[in-house]
Design a protein. Structure first.
Length: 334
């Protein structure tokens, strides 16, 4: 073939309940085609093909790679990141030994479409699940890439994952969704919840007590859910909390600017940050400190969370993206 379209980014595989949507962008507008057949329709730059199963092979003109993005029968490891903000310097350290990726929001600064996918260039073959962040909310471009509702549930083999947006006045919708759809996860062996704004926070914005209490109430009122952990971002600092047997992780930025939290004029700096790291329970001063009795560790570092399923336990490895070493690990018996 002559004059094959040049790929701008992709292909990316976004997971759906009964299939996967393949998304890619060409440098110029070209027809979308699958298996060599050109469908009717206009030429486009942003291409989407929805396939109603999770196991398939595909190739893109100019990208002679053909691969399968089905989930393994047994999930052994997935990775969680947040606040990549178009920076792929740290994303390029991503290894291939994981089954799928979760993004806890803020892939962009200004919600331009290309920003969302810039960081994926180093690992385009892995299935991706994501929740909207406050930066992603600008405009409608988030929907062009993700095409999920703001709140949704995803089953991945024996793992159930709730994605909800609990900020900017939309938290009521999020908790209504959780309550109305909790039963979807009753048969899952593991339940995770993904948000952008933390439930507990040592970051600049602190905890939002009303939202924290609603999340606690939801988890406590549904013991049928085998709740393991809640993942968030937003703060650009890492923090870990543990309430009962459930973990609450705030992922340090995956590429966006790191919050130094050391400005003496900063309220948050005065509140909890005497140094570059914190350990153990922290003092409750006001509603922004809600949940501090559950605090385990915080670091001013770029991080990602690697979730490993081992015999009778889950191991959460927190990777320092600068040093590419494990900063700390947390074991969770199951």
């Amino acid at each position: 073939m002559k004059n094959l379209p040049k790929l701008h980014y992709g292909p990316l595989a976004f997971i759906y309940d009964k299939g996967i949507r393949v998304h890619w962008c060409t440098q110029n507008e070209t027809p979308t085609f699958l298996k060599g057949k050109f469908p009717h329709g206009p030429k486009v730059q942003y291409h989407n093909v929805v396939i109603n199963k999770t196991s398939f092979d595909y190739s893109i003109p100019g990208v002679p790679t053909k691969y399968n993005v089905d989930f393994p029968q047994a999930i052994t490891k997935f990775v969680v990141m947040a606040d990549t903000h178009t920076n792929n310097h740290y994303l390029s350290t991503m290894k291939t030994n994981y089954d799928f990726l979760i993004i806890c929001g803020d892939m962009s600064y200004s919600a331009q479409t290309d920003e969302y996918t810039y960081g994926f260039t180093e690992f385009p073959t892995k299935p991706v699940l994501m929740v909207m962040g406050n930066h992603d909310k600008y405009g409608d471009n988030f929907q062009k890439i993700n095409q999920h509702e703001y709140n949704y549930y995803q089953q991945v083999r024996n793992i159930g994952i709730f994605f909800v947006y609990v900020q900017n006045g939309l938290e009521a919708d999020a908790f209504t969704f959780l309550t109305d759809n909790a039963a979807l996860g009753y048969s899952s062996d593991h339940i995770f919840i993904v948000v952008h704004h933390p439930i507990y926070s040592t970051g600049g914005d602190g905890s939002i007590e009303s939202i924290s209490k609603q999340m606690e109430q939801f988890i406590d009122n549904h013991p049928q859910l085998k709740f393991r952990a809640l993942f968030s971002g937003h703060d650009h600092v890492f923090a870990a909390f543990k309430r009962n047997n459930g973990f609450y992780f705030v992922n340090g930025a995956g590429g966006g600017g790191r919050d130094t939290m050391r400005d003496p004029n900063s309220y948050a700096g005065q509140r909890v940050w005497p140094a570059d790291e914190l350990h153990g329970p922290q003092t409750y001063l006001d509603e922004y400190c809600y949940g501090y009795q559950y605090h385990k560790d915080s670091w001013l570092k770029f991080t990602r969370t690697e979730v490993n399923f081992e015999a009778n336990k889950i191991v959460y490895n927190i990777r320092d993206l600068d040093a590419d070493t494990i900063l700390v690990s947390y074991d969770q018996p199951i």
